[in-house]
Design a protein around this ligand. Structure first.
Ligand code: 5AD
Ligand code: SF4
Length: 476
């Protein structure tokens, strides 16, 4: 029988990207062939996100497109995987296009489920019945799956999950309901995985967790925290950079993390620590356990020890009851925190969360939009100012590969029949192209160089900046 082809489409956060890469690796190991072309696929998997309604709407719009494709290819199997699958379960089977629904904890079974759906044209939903009661049965399978398959979309880089789930129950957030309770992976298994990745050429590891700094594990008569994991990972031969996302503004073990950053040249000077709001009254309503003042003190404490640390934030504007004054509190916090960048979201009520059940979505859509734009403008001015300080400086970057613009141009040249010239430029490894890389502080740097540099470190002198990007020249 010829290899069955699968097309995978991924939505959502780093966690999801990691799951997608693991699924891809597991399917290949099981004899499936991956394809970028949905039209030639025997099966299509959509790895979904539920964090905002918009993310789910995009999945439905994609399913609509697949339903249309299936009119001509009724044998095609469509599977919905991930957070939306866990949230909606067999309700998703009501959609004409969907054959298979698979929750995040059932991902280790994906190859078998797909084979079954292809052979029997069955329609099936496999999710965790009561996710808050834990995933005891599936945790062992998840652990084995995680350590068997490898994931690395970018050359020289890999993501390593150190914990699953979340126990925080911020009132707006769906994550605890779809990813289940917190479970930390044993440090020995993490070390083994990092060693294998390093042996395979990985130079940068990103440790992943919904609240990665709440990592705790009892082993060898001691309690391991994130700082210990960072130190352990930094000592694996071959690993040059270690980073971690995402941090909750906790006091506990915070100074240890900052100290390890200051003490090891390998721990990146980058902290993604969402504040969500600068108003104490809104923070309370969000069930976030800190005040704006305390949050800013945490940043100050980090900067006192690691002066060049770059901090990134997340914010939700238009949370129920957010007044103009509350919003101005957020603007003030953004001004004081001087983030490298912020991810700003409009509040989106998620079914089953405390905020959706108990609070009314009071802020009109236009006001949410206006606050989003305004906060982004404040952040942009700060980012632009901070980025300008890089002009004439040399930075070290880990090269990701050709920039999006470069890839677009190359594809465009091919699509338009392109001259052999433009096509050649996209494949000759020693001809210069526009490359993108990131500094240890997570600054995006664009410069010209050979595509063969992807996955290695390079030195770049910065000549120009914009709020989101540094531009420069490769140094010998
Ligand atoms: N509405 C809007 N934004 C949300 N986030 C999480 N839940 C919601 C929601 N219901 C944002 C938070 C979080 C990021 C991943 O998504 O800012 O940090
Ligand atoms: Fe969601 Fe809060 Fe957990 Fe982050 S810490 S995943 S925002 S519940």
């Amino acid at each position: 029988m010829k290899d069955r082809t699968v097309h995978i489409k991924s939505f959502g956060c780093q966690m999801n990207k990691l799951d997608t890469a693991l699924i891809a690796s597991a399917l290949q190991a099981a004899g499936f062939q991956l394809t970028d072309d949905v039209k030639e696929a025997d099966a299509v998997l959509i790895n979904t996100c539920s964090v905002r309604e918009h993310a789910e709407e995009r999945v439905y719009s994609h399913l609509g497109h697949l339903k249309h494709l299936k009119e001509h290819r009724p044998q095609m199997v469509v599977g919905v995987v991930g957070c939306m699958a866990q949230r909606l379960g067999d309700k998703l089977l009501e959609h004409e296009a969907v054959n298979l629904v698979c929750g995040p904890a059932q991902i280790p079974q994906i190859a078998d489920l797909l084979r079954e759906a292809l052979a029997q044209a069955s329609r099936r939903a496999v999710v965790t019945e009561n996710i808050r009661q834990g995933r005891q049965d599936s945790d062992a399978a998840l652990e084995e799956f995680e350590s068997t398959y490898s994931a690395g979309e970018l050359p020289g880089q890999a993501f390593v999950r150190v914990m699953r789930g979340c126990n925080n129950f911020c009132t707006y957030c769906i994550v605890p309901y779809v990813r289940g309770p917190e479970a930390c992976r044993p440090p020995e298994l993490i070390r083994e995985q990092v060693r294998r990745l390093a042996d395979a050429g990985v130079r940068q590891v990103t440790l992943l967790g919904q609240t990665v700094n709440s990592y705790r594990y009892q082993s060898g008569g001691r309690t391991w925290c994130l700082a210990d994991l960072l130190d352990m990972t930094a000592h694996v031969p071959g690993i040059e950079w270690v980073r971690f996302v995402t941090s909750y503004p906790y006091d506990q073990f915070y100074d240890e993390i900052v100290q390890v950053m200051a003490g090891s040249a390998k721990v990146c000077h980058y902290l993604h620590m969402p504040a969500q709001s600068g108003s104490d009254h809104i923070l309370r309503a969000m069930n976030r356990h800190y005040t704006a003042k305390h949050y800013l003190e945490l940043i100050e404490r980090a900067r006192a020890v690691v002066p060049d640390i770059a901090v990134a934030g997340d914010f939700i504007v238009g949370f129920p009851g957010e007044t103009q004054e509350d919003f101005e509190g957020t603007v003030d916090l953004v001004r004081e925190a001087r983030y490298k960048n912020s991810y700003i979201f409009k509040y989106s009520p998620r079914p089953g969360t405390t905020a959706q059940k108990r609070l009314t979505d009071t802020v009109p859509a236009e006001v949410k939009q206006q606050r989003n734009v305004e906060l982004l403008a404040v952040q942009d001015r700060i980012s632009a100012e901070l980025n300008r300080t890089f002009v004439n400086q040399q930075v070290v970057v880990l090269v990701e590969g050709p920039s999006k613009k470069q890839v677009r141009n190359a594809e465009c040249g091919m699509r338009n029949g392109g001259s052999s010239d433009s096509r050649d430029r996209s494949i000759i490894p020693y001809a210069n192209v526009q490359l993108v890389g990131r500094t240890s502080t997570d600054h995006i740097v664009v410069f010209d160089g050979s595509p063969s540099l992807a996955g290695s470190f390079a030195r770049v002198r910065i000549t120009q900046t914009s709020p989101l990007t540094l531009f420069g020249d490769l140094q010998p």
